[in-house]
Write a protein of this length. Structure first.
Length: 426
């Protein structure tokens, strides 16, 4: 096993022979030199450099390490191939929290980075249920509705998107209830679980399809967030819905021009089979609404428009409630994650018109046209009970197609801590 290098933080500059380097080394280990500005970003960049130089195991030493800087280091140090080996600094409680965060993020990272061949819709649902059951024991119960059985329950969107694959679509319904049988549901979580997205008949180009194993990032994110909250002693009832499917082409696949009639009576014309995420989430949001939970949170790698709007260092958030948006920004800041609100008005529900149905699932133009992320959120709003607080998170920062100065290639798990913090605080 590789020996562990000691890493300290310092606000002094490196000795002259290191030049303007942000990392210096001596016989006792390495120092990361902070120079003002965004110090967490500096720490994460330094961790990426160290990992790319072959360092595999570290001990974080000294008083300047707090829980946020240590987590920034862990995120920069992680790769798709290896869980970081880090000895934490700080109090016993802080070390335990970081250990739990790393375990939860590593579970999500493993799922998101898994090959599409190895992660079918049923495999995603089963692995998520098993992991949460191992954490929550008898406080967790679940069922998986698979294949044609989805039609019996009127989960039309998941079935339509997934029917083109030989591997059946599935809806995971999971209940974490530490309070007893009749306890009210405090929060319902919904995750987009498209285990591979070819685009369907609106087929993606190869370069756009290569990273589409990450299209179940929303499912992995909400699962990991719930698991982290449970590890932290969550004492409220939470229900989880994962909408799992492969979006493939075959003689059984859904087609442009099809009209889907959802459980709540809304009819949807399919004008783009690559706008499939909102079709499966529509089922999950209806299921979440049926629980009576006063707060619904969904997460999805939903639109390229969100990436264009906020870049890859933020996740976009939407809600009809300005108070919930502000609350989410506060909770994200508390765990040093980044979210940014984008517009969602009542009229966004009408921005994808159809001559044949109540709405289309997109607009028949590249990327869904201007305001695509808000229009997608408006579509989803049709399937949420209007008297609840609802937060939609479009995970623009969930996946790095290639390594950069902050992240190794693959899943980032950015968003897990924000959602966990929301669950714990509600």
């Amino acid at each position: 096993m590789t020996s562990s290098m000691k890493i300290t933080l310092t606000k002094t500059t490196a000795d002259a022979h290191w030049g303007k380097a942000d990392i210096s080394y001596n016989s006792e280990g390495a120092s990361i030199h902070l120079n003002g500005g965004d110090e967490l970003r500096q720490v994460q960049q330094a961790a990426r450099k160290m990992r790319s130089q072959g360092l595999e195991s570290v001990s974080l030493i000294g008083d300047l390490w707090d829980i946020h800087s240590q987590w920034a280091f862990a995120q920069g140090f992680a790769t798709a191939k290896q869980i970081p080996q880090i000895n934490w600094a700080g109090t016993e409680a802080e070390q335990q929290r970081l250990t739990d965060q790393l375990a939860s993020a590593s579970f999500a990272r493993h799922l998101i980075n898994e090959t599409p061949e190895n992660l079918s819709p049923m495999s995603l649902a089963t692995q998520a249920a098993k992991w949460l059951s191992d954490i929550g024991d008898d406080k967790v119960s679940y069922r998986i509705i698979e294949g044609e059985a989805l039609l019996e329950h009127q989960w039309i969107g998941i079935h339509a998107v997934g029917r083109g694959s030989e591997r059946p679509p599935a809806l995971l319904e999971l209940d974490f209830n530490p309070l007893g049988e009749d306890a009210p549901v405090a929060v319902s979580l919904v995750g987009k679980g498209i285990t591979f997205d070819s685009g369907g008949y609106s087929i993606k180009a190869s370069e756009g399809m290569l990273g589409m194993k990450c299209d179940m990032g929303g499912a992995a994110t909400v699962t990991a967030a719930l698991g982290l909250a449970m590890k932290s002693g969550l004492n409220k009832r939470v229900k989880l819905f994962l909408c799992c499917a492969e979006n493939l082409i075959s003689g059984h696949a859904y087609k442009l021009g099809d009209i889907l009639t959802y459980k709540n009576g809304v009819t949807v014309e399919v004008v783009n089979t690559d706008a499939e995420g909102r079709l499966v989430l529509a089922d999950g949001l209806q299921a979440a609404s049926e629980t009576g939970a006063p707060l619904i949170i969904d997460a999805a790698t939903l639109t390229g428009a969100a990436v264009m709007a906020v870049g890859t260092n933020y996740n976009a958030i939407f809600s009809p409630s300005s108070e919930l948006l502000a609350h989410t920004q506060t909770k994200a800041a508390e765990v040093a994650e980044r979210v940014w609100p984008l517009p969602l008005e009542r009229w966004h529900q009408d921005m994808c018109p159809s001559a044949y149905a109540d709405t289309a699932n997109s607009r028949p133009m590249k990327g869904g046209g201007a305001g695509g992320a808000s229009n997608a959120a408006g579509f989803l709003a049709r399937f949420v009970r209007p008297d609840v607080q609802w937060l939609h998170m479009d995970l623009a920062s969930a996946f790095a197609d290639s390594a950069n100065e902050l992240w190794a290639a693959g899943a980032t798990t950015h968003g897990v801590l924000t959602i966990a913090n929301l669950i714990e605080s509600e």
